[in-house]
Design a protein around this ligand. Structure first.
Ligand code: NAD
Length: 566
C-alpha cells in the first residue's frame, strides 16, 4: 500500500500536481482491489505517461528549438542502471591500465572534435566560443590527462604499517574498490566539463556511470556519450538518460551505489534528504556566493580586470563566479572606475561571433532572478553604475553586464546566489572587517584575495571559510585538474577533481592478514590475573611517560605469548 502511495506521490510530482494522501487513498483503494495484473497495467500506464513527456533543447541566444527529446521514463532509468550493473564487472576486470588507455583514446577524439564540440556548446548553452574551448573542452582534456597519467598510482593497493605492538604480526593493506554504478546529475552551466570530469574519475576507477544531464543541455551530454563510446567505453558502462527533475528523481530511486549531484542548494537538500533515507552516499556540488577581497596593496588594473572577467564570464552563470567584491577604501574609487570602464567595453552578443565577450543567459527564469535582485538592491539604495537592464534587441535572454556600488549585506544581491552578470562592490577599512564580510555568507565554495604580497594573501586565505581560495585570480581553479573542487557550508559536501575526486569514486577496504596463521592470538580467551598483569605491562611499555616503567613493561608481556589459550 505504501509503495502505491509513493508511486502516486511520484506521479503527482511529475504532473506538477500537489500530492494529497486523502485524495490518493480513494484512488489507491480502487487500484488495490484490482488483481496484481491490473495494478501492474495501471503503473505501466503511468510510466507511459511519464515517457510521453518531452524536453526541448533551445539555443538561448536565438530562442530556436534545436531538438525535442523524450524524457526517460522511470522504468527506462531503472533499466539503464540494471544494464550498467551487469556491464560493470567486465569493465573493472579490464584493469586500470586498459581503462586508462580507453580514456586516452577519448582524450584524442575530443581533441580532434574540439571545434565542433565548442560550437555545440555555444549553440546549446550560449557561451562564447573561446569560453567553450577554455572552460569546457580544455578542462576535460586536461582532466583526462590527469586521470590517465595518475590513476594507476593513486588507485593501487597501499601497505599500511601498524604502530600498535600487539598488531605487529599483521600485514595491512588498503584496497580501493569501485562502488559499482555511479549516478551523475548535472546542471546546464558547464554541460560538458561538469559531467565529463566526474565521469572520467568514476570510469577510470572501474565504475559504470549513468548521467542525467540538465534538461537544458541534453545534446551536449549525448555528444559526450558518443565520444566515450567511440573511444571504447562499452555502451552500458556509460549511459545518458535525458529528462527533467523527475528523471533525476527517478535516477536517485534506482539501485545506484553513489550519486554525484551538481546543482542548486534547494535541489541538493531534497536529494540529501532522499539519499539519507536509504543511506546512499552522495557528493553535493552546490551554489556559491564567492567573495573577492581586494587589499590596499593590490594592482588596481589587474584586480579590476579580474573582477570583470570573474563576474561576467559565462554571463555570471558559474558556481565560482565573483558574486561579491570587497575593496579597501583607499583604492575604492579608482577600482570602481576601472571596473565600470572595462565593463562598458564588453561586447555582448551571440557566442558564435568570435568578437563576443559575453553571451546570453540560459533562460528567462534565470534572467528574472537577476532582475529581481538588482531591483531589490536599487530600491534599498544601491547605485547601478552600468547595466541593470535587459538587452531585448540582442535576443530573448540577454542582460547587460552590471556594476553596483553602495551595496550592503542587507540586500539580496549580497546574500543570495545571483548566477548572472552582476558585480556588486563594497568597501572595507581593515583586514578583519574584510574577512568578517567575506565569511558572512551561508555559502563557502571559493574566494579570492588580491594583493601584491603573496605571503599575506596565503595567511589570510586560511581564515576564509571556503573550499578553495585563490590569490590574484578567480574561477580558474576549476581548470586545475590536480586541485580538489568542492565547498563548505551550503556549497556542498565532498570533492570532485584530482586525487580527492578519485578517492570519492572508490570504497576503501582494509585487508589485514595475519603473518602467523598457526598461532592463537594473545588477546583471545584464557583471561585471568596473570594475563591482566601482562597486558598492563604491554600498555606501560608503549605508553608510559616513565622510562623505568617502560623498561619493566618490556619484560612483562612476553609471558602472554606462552599463555594457555582457549
Ligand atoms: P538545479 O538544481 O535546478 O538542477 C540541477 C540538476 O538537477 C538538473 O539536471 C535537474 O534536472 C536536476 N533535478 C532537478 N530537480 C531534481 C530532483 N528533485 N531530483 C533529482 N534531480 C533533480 O540547478 P541548475 O539550475 O541546473 O544549475 C545551477 C546551480 O548549479 C547553481 O546553483 C550553481 O551554483 C550550481 N552549480 C554548482 C557547481 C559546483 O561545482 N559547486 C557547478 C555548477 C553549477
Amino acid at each position: 500500500m505504501n509503495k502505491l502511495h509513493s508511486e502516486f506521490a511520484y506521479i503527482s510530482a511529475l504532473r506538477g500536481e500537489s500530492y494529497s494522501r486523502g485524495k490518493a487513498c480513494a484512488v489507491i483503494s480502487v487500484i488495490w482491489r484490482e488483481t496484481p495484473a491490473a495494478r501492474k497495467i495501471h503503473l505501466a500506464m503511468a510510466d507511459v505517461e511519464i515517457a510521453a513527456r518531452t524536453i526541448a533543447s533551445v539555443n538561448p541566444a536565438t530562442g530556436e528549438i534545436l531538438r525535442e527529446l523524450a524524457c526517460a521514463s522511470e522504468q527506462e532509468v531503472r533499466d539503464a542502471v540494471l544494464r550498467a550493473r551487469a556491464a560493470q564487472p567486465a569493465w573493472v576486470a579490464l584493469g586500470v591500465h586498459k581503462r586508462a588507455k580507453v580514456l586516452r583514446e577519448f582524450q584524442f577524439l575530443l581533441h580532434e572534435k574540439k571545434s565542433d564540440i565548442a560550437a555545440a556548446l555555444t549553440r546549446e548553452a550560449g557561451k562564447p566560443h573561446v569560453e567553450a574551448l577554455t572552460t569546457e573542452v580544455l578542462v576535460v582534456l586536461d582532466s583526462a590527462r590527469f586521470y590517465v597519467e595518475n590513476a594507476h598510482s593513486l588507485l593501487r593497493d597501499e601497505h599500511l604499517a601498524h604502530g600498535n605492538l600487539a598488531m605487529k604480526t599483521k600485514a595491512g593493506r588498503i584496497v580501493r574498490e569501485p562502488y559499482g554504478v555511479i549516478g551523475i546529475i548535472s546542471p546546464w552551466n558547464y554541460p560538458l566539463s561538469t559531467p565529463a570530469t566526474e565521469s572520467l574519475a568514476a570510469l577510470v576507477a572501474g565504475n559504470a556511470v549513468v548521467v542525467k544531464p540538465s534538461e537544458f543541455t541534453s545534446l551536449i551530454a549525448l555528444e559526450l556519450a558518443a565520444l566515450f563510446h567511440s573511444a571504447g567505453v562499452p555502451k552500458d558502462v556509460f549511459q545518458v538518460v535525458v529528462g527533467d527533475g523527475s528523471t533525476g528523481a527517478a535516477l536517485l530511486n534506482t539501485e545506484i551505489d553513489k550519486l554525484i549531484f551538481t546543482g542548486s542548494v534547494a535541489t541538493g537538500k531534497r536529494i540529501a534528504q532522499a539519499a539519507g533515507e536509504r543511506l546512499l552516499p552522495v557528493i553535493l556540488e552546490l551554489g556559491g556566493k564567492d567573495p573577492m577581497v581586494v587589499l590596499e596593496d593590490a594592482d588596481i588594473d589587474v584586480a579590476s580586470s579580474g573582477a570583470v572577467w570573474g563576474s561576467f564570464m559565462n554571463a555570471g552563470q558559474t558556481c565560482l563566479s565573483v558574486e561579491r567584491c570587497y575593496v579597501h577604501r583607499s583604492i575604492y574609487e579608482p577600482f570602481v572606475e576601472a571596473c565600470v570602464r572595462k565593463t562598458k567595453q564588453l561586447r555582448v552578443g551571440n557566442g558564435t561571433d568570435p568578437q563576443t565577450d559575453m553571451g546570453p543567459m540560459i533562460h528567462e527564469r534565470q534572467l528574472r532572478i537577476v532582475e529581481q535582485q538588482v531591483e531589490d538592491a536599487r530600491t534599498h539604495g544601491a547605485r547601478v553604475l552600468t547595466g541593470g537592464r535587459r538587452l531585448p534587441d540582442l535576443g530573448p535572454n540577454f542582460y547587460a553586464p552590471t556594476v553596483l556600488s553602495d551595496v550592503t549585506h542587507q540586500m539580496r544581491i549580497m546574500r543570495e546566489e545571483t548566477f548572472g552578470p552582476v558585480l556588486p562592490i563594497m568597501t572595507f577599512d581593515s583586514e578583519e572587517e574584510a574577512l568578517a564580510l567575506a565569511n558572512d555568507s551561508e555559502f563557502g565554495l571559493a574566494a579570492s584575495i588580491w594583493t601584491r604580497d603573496r605571503h599575506r594573501g596565503e595567511v589570510l586565505a586560511r581564515r576564509l571559510n571556503a573550499g578553495t581560495v585563490q590569490i590574484n585570480d578567480a574561477v580558474s581553479c576549476f581548470g586545475i585538474s590536480e586541485a580538489p573542487h568542492g565547498g563548505v557550508k551550503s556549497s556542498g559536501i565532498g570533492r570532485t577533481h584530482g586525487r580527492f575526486g578519485l578517492e570519492e569514486m572508490v570504497r576503501i577496504k582494509y585487508v589485514a592478514s595475519d603473518r602467523l596463521p598457526r598461532m592463537k592470538k594473545v588477546w583471545w580467551y584464557g583471561y585471568g590475573r596473570n594475563f591482566a598483569n601482562q597486558i598492563e605491562a604491554l600498555v606501560d611499555l608503549q605508553f608510559s611517560r616513565r622510562i623505568g616503567q617502560r623498561v619493566r613493561g618490556a619484560i612483562g608481556p612476553l609471558g602472554s605469548l606462552f599463555r594457555k589459550r582457549l
